[in-house]
Write a protein that binds this ligand. Structure first.
Ligand code: SF4
Length: 229
């Protein structure tokens, strides 16, 4: 299948159930509802976006071709309860859907971190999706696929990475425009690391009495920008 992502940055895939993988590692979940819980991360290679603040540029290319069954076997070696499939943009590889389904069948609590440009259609309903709606300062706002909002389920979460006051105002507007409150389990406001002080964002949220969850990236507080953390 030739998709937009295949043409714009995703690696070519060989084999029926092959995935290009940048890394598989065990760490503490740094964000979202399961923050702080030991989690295995499967980072898929490739992303069609180029957000200005991207902290995983090393996942844009390279990686190793692995069969879905090999990935699941490596995950099992950590004996985790929680598994997060991330990237890059994991949904840029169509076999990501097979991986998600197989991980759910294996009994893990599976979450998916996606950038909002790729359709959520076909994602296993047992997966908790964390949808990152791109803000104006990301430089990729125009790539948001708003049809994904209707595909979100009650357990899913929507994240806004906020770089400045304009991003904050935009995010507030989008929460209201799309009726996100009550539609998803959590609305996450996260300061862009190195661009906006967490304290500043906290003060804006409190001043406006916004019912959103502010989050800091725990893994960066613990380990900085060290890869594989
Ligand atoms: S979607 Fe994620 S991986 Fe892709 S460029 Fe943006 S921040 Fe980086």
């Amino acid at each position: 299948m030739s998709s937009r992502s295949d043409q714009e940055g995703a690696p070519s895939i060989e084999g029926d159930s092959a995935l290009r993988i940048t890394e598989i590692f065990y760490s503490l979940q740094g964000e979202a509802r399961t923050v702080g819980l030991p989690t295995v991360f499967v980072r898929l290679t490739g992303c069609p976006l180029r957000c200005v603040y991207c902290d995983t540029e090393y996942a844009f290319s390279g990686g190793q071709l692995l069969d879905v069954s090999d990935v699941v076997q490596q995950v099992a070696g950590f004996e985790p309860r929680y598994v997060t499939v991330t990237g890059g943009e994991p949904l840029a590889q169509s076999n990501c859907l097979t991986l998600l389904h197989t991980l759910c069948d294996a009994g893990y609590d599976v979450s998916l971190e996606t950038g909002g440009a790729m359709s959520l259609e076909g994602v296993d309903p047992r997966v908790v999706t964390v949808l990152d709606l791109k803000t104006p300062a990301s430089g990729e706002m125009q790539r948001n696929d708003y049809a994904n909002i209707a595909r979100l389920r009650e357990a899913d979460q929507v994240k806004f990475v906020i770089c400045d006051r304009a991003d904050y105002e935009w995010s507030r507007f989008k929460v209201d425009e799309h009726g996100l409150r009550g539609r998803v389990a959590d609305i996450l406001f996260s300061p862009s690391f190195g661009q906006l002080e967490g304290r500043q964002l906290a003060e804006w949220i409190l001043a406006d009495n916004l019912p959103v969850r502010m989050q800091l990236q725990l893994h960066k507080l613990l380990w900085g920008e060290e890869q594989g953390r």
